[in-house]
Design a protein around this ligand. Structure first.
Ligand code: 3H9
Length: 692
């Protein structure tokens, strides 16, 4: 065996060269990997004893793509033929042996081999779109030559990981073999190719599929139209479509030039920078500095949920989807029936869209048991309380749970802002008490704020963070404070939007400023959707705010057909003259002469307090790192991922600019805009907010 460089080895077994790449964790195409592959392929091609070459990877996966951390630097520059050109021009057949995930540049490398053999559990895909990129190493030109344009577009626009059985239908994979025997089977495959004459089957030379697509001029227009809404704000999808059009209409080399040009544009775009930042942010959020990776975890094999309302039901579905049995406890039989009925309906709706089978509906319902007594939770490993937000109710539930649940069971609350330390204090096991703040609808929204209270143990944190991943959530650890991280930042925006309202902006002006930036909803659209009466009590209402007046008029949002907006029978919103009049009356009462406020000012005044609040949160240690705040905003509040998150956006504006603008507004509006001392520090040190 010959060591080609620090990551690639070459061994020759009876005429077959085996190049093994070993660059943990995921064999990404770093400069060292690429150099190793170039030298390794060249050595094998030059060796007269070699008749065919197998490329295989060590560790958990085949090449998972380009090294994302190298984009933006200068390490991606290189001279001379790259490994893919060497493979393309090889006079000896090359077989790629795929296990784990062959993604992005990894699949593109495999597509330069003449054949692909894959382990049955492997997946392939071109997920560059999630990084604001397109497959820039020939993927947009090669994949359509195997699958045709439509399938290639689907793979590249969704970025999904495609099972090998599906990939084999198109010849993206030539042979699927058992996981255990990939190496031997790939070598045997190579031998067979040699024995049969050593045909060099290059993907780039195939024309039949793309030729057939040339007769479908409507294909691309239809595709664009169908996905227009999803593409909004993103640059990569349109660039991918243009590349596939080039693959269909131009010779390979010309198409490749289009791909290179568009890739270069994307890789230097702020959108891709934000999405690449987000990729690492999401992975960082899973790590808690003082809770090491090897912290023992408590096995969670069964779960109890208190409350079969919208939240409890949604939470239960996550566990059932992951195969974990759940017991839902309600007080009244009708409420329990209703809750279980809603869950079934949700599953049936998903089945009617073809996303799950009817057998799966039954399987998942079979994992959910209703109960009318908490006594049935005596043996579960985790209980999540999801009742309404009243401290006394929560305390009495936790007192009971503490008595009923077995020692070691985790007691979690889904509160969206109550003091979890106070709740934990009523139990004899505060170390087992934690917050699991799901977002509505809980079976859909990806975010989980995991709330660490004063006494929560490291084992419990490690367990819940890992469990979150298992049920398909993206967790971020936060500390106890009103609203935790996400809602606390939202309150800061809300404070300012209310002031804007009184100064002269209408709810729809504020919503438009926010949605034009790329968020799906503004603050007033959000209120109407959630219900204006959350936390509102009729007995205590005295017409002190616009919201109170609207509630008193039974304009409680979408559910009553009216709120800040009026809604037609299809829930289409129009600005409401009634709401406008109430706002105008308030202004008149306070003697305010309304002024025209620009969209730019509205947006700035809504966003700067969010950034500043994020900095306060970091100062207080209520978030682990700035990028966690961005993960929370992208997954729980619809912040567009192509803008990274509020803290990343702050860096795009520039920390100094943010400080200067906060000071400007502080002079006018006072302490709500007083810059956080942490911001002053970042600016003084020339640092970046998103790296805090
Ligand atoms: C591309 O290929 C462009 C080309 O078309 C054109 C080139 C000219 N680079 O996710 P995990 C790290 S773009 C650098 O926790 P899993 C990751 O940060 C690329 N680092 O594991 C983490 O580090 P740490 C297209 C990477 O088992 C560790 O590896 N490819 C890369 O849950 C483990 O990752 C993609 O977009 C990378 N490419 O999932 C695939 N990938 O331990 C991106 C991972 O320090 N990767 N890391 O936190 C993935 O989707 C998942 O990582 C994968 C494994 C499915 C492979």
């Amino acid at each position: 065996m010959k060591q080609i460089n620090e990551v690639v080895t070459l061994s020759i077994e009876d005429g077959i060269a085996v190049l093994t790449l070993d660059s943990p964790p995921v064999n990404a195409l770093s400069a060292a990997v690429r150099a190793g592959l170039q030298q390794g392929f060249t050595a094998a091609i030059d060796d007269d004893a070699v008749q065919a070459i197998v490329l295989i990877c060590a560790g958990r996966t085949f090449i998972a793509g380009a090294d994302i951390s190298e984009f933006g630097g200068d390490k991606t520059e290189q001279t001379g033929p790259d490994e893919r050109e060497i493979m393309d021009n090889s006079p000896k057949p090359i077989v790629a042996a795929i296990h784990g995930t062959a993604l992005g540049g990894g699949l593109e490398t495999a597509l330069c081999a003449h054949y692909r053999v894959a382990a049955q559990s492997a997946k392939v895909g071109l997920p560059e779109v999630h990084l604001g990129l397109l497959p820039g190493a020939g993927g947009t030109q090669r994949l359509p030559r195997l699958t045709g344009a439509e399938v290639a577009l689907d793979w590249m626009i969704t970025g999904r990981h495609v099972p090998v059985a599906e990939a084999a239908e198109y010849g993206v994979v030539d042979e699927v073999v058992p996981d255990e025997s990939l190496r031997e089977d790939a070598i045997a495959f190579a031998r067979r190719v040699v024995a049969e004459g050593g045909e060099l089957r290059r993907v780039r030379d195939r024309d039949d599929k793309v030729a057939a697509d040339r007769d479908k001029p409507e294909l691309f227009a239809d595709f664009r139209k169908k996905h227009a809404r999803k593409f909004r704000g993103f640059k990569a999808p349109e660039a991918i479509v243009q590349c596939v059009e080039a693959a269909v209409n131009l010779p390979y080399d010309e198409g490749r030039e289009v791909e290179k040009r568009l890739f270069a544009e994307l890789v230097s775009s702020p959108e891709s920078a934000a999405q690449r930042y987000y990729f690492f942010a999401e992975r960082a959020a899973a790590k808690v500095p003082d809770v090491p990776r090897d912290t023992p975890r408590i096995p969670v094999e069964s779960v109890g949920i208190i409350g079969a309302g919208t939240m409890g039901g949604g939470i239960a579905m996550n566990f059932a989807n992951a195969g974990i049995p759940v017991t839902i406890v309600e007080q009244q039989p009708e409420a329990l029936e209703r809750g279980l009925g809603v869950i079934r309906k949700n599953y049936e709706r998903t089945a009617s869209k073809g996303r799950i089978t009817s057998a799966q509906v039954e399987e998942r319902m079979g994992l959910i048991t209703g109960s009318l007594t908490k006594d049935d939770l005596a043996s579960v490993d985790l209980v999540i309380e999801a009742v309404f937000e009243l401290m006394d109710v929560k305390k009495s539930i936790f007192t009971e749970l503490d008595e009923i649940c077995k020692p070691g069971a985790i007691l979690a609350t889904n509160t969206s802002g109550l003091d979890i330390d106070e709740i934990a204090a009523v139990t004899e096991r505060p170390e087992a008490v934690i917050g699991m703040h799901f977002f509505s609808p809980a079976n859909v929204m990806k975010l989980l704020e995991v709330v660490r209270a004063d006494h929560t143990s490291k084992e419990v944190i490690a367990t819940v963070m890992a469990l979150a991943k298992k049920i398909g959530k993206i967790p971020a650890l936060v500390g106890v404070c009103p609203g935790f991280v996400g809602n606390r930042i939202l309150y800061a925006r809300r404070r300012e939007s209310e002031r804007l309202l009184m100064e002269g902006a209408m709810p729809w002006d504020i919503d438009t400023a926010v949605t034009n930036f790329g968020l799906p909803m503004g603050p007033y659209q959000m209120s109407d959707l959630a219900g204006l009466d959350i936390g509102w009590r009729k007995e205590e209402s005295a017409g002190r705010t616009v919201r109170e007046v609207l509630c008193e008029m039974d304009r409680r949002g979408q559910k009553t057909g009216a709120g800040y907006y009026d809604y037609d029978e299809n829930r289409k919103a129009t600005p409401s003259p009634v709401a406008a009049k109430i706002i105008e009356d308030f202004r008149a009462k306070e003697g305010v002469a309304p002024r025209e406020i620009s969209e730019e000012e509205i947006f700035e005044r809504c966003t700067l307090p969010m950034i500043n609040e994020g900095l306060h949160i970091l100062e207080e240690g209520k978030a682990v790192r700035a990028s966690d705040i961005d993960v929370i905003y992208v997954n729980g509040y619809g912040w567009p991922v192509y803008r990274g998150g509020p803290m990343f956006y702050a860096d795009q504006l520039g920390a100094e600019h943010v400080l200067e603008r906060l000071r400007f507004y502080e002079e006018k509006y006072g302490s709500d805009f007083t810059p956080s001392p942490l911001l002053e520090k970042v600016v003084a040190e020339g640092g970046r907010i998103s790296e805090l």
